[in-house]
Design a binder for this molecule. Structure first.
Ligand code: SF4
Length: 83
């Protein structure tokens, strides 16, 4: 996963230090269309930075990949005005 540091809050580094995905390649969290997200989500489920990661993704409108254990469409569904 890559972080857009231009919009990252100063505490981003704190949760990113906990990021289990830092030990994997980006393809794990940004799979080809139609690929399974199961393994990425499973890793997120064990990540101590999950809540902060999801908060970051929602605050920064991250559109692609798995963040905080949620897919793009799952994050989109959390946005105000979306159901
Ligand atoms: S919750 Fe998932 S995407 Fe976020 S830092 Fe942890 S492992 Fe990476």
């Amino acid at each position: 996963m890559s972080i857009n540091t231009s919009t990252a809050a100063t505490d981003t580094a704190a949760w990113y230090e906990l990021a289990l995905c830092a030990q994997t390649g980006p393809g794990f969290f940004f799979p080809e269309p139609g690929s399974s997200l199961r393994d990425a989500k499973r890793l997120c489920g064990a990540c101590e930075g999950r809540a902060a990661c999801l908060e970051y993704a929602l605050a920064n409108d991250e559109r692609f990949g798995v963040w905080g254990g949620l897919s793009e469409s799952e994050r989109l569904a959390l946005r105000p005005g979306r159901r």
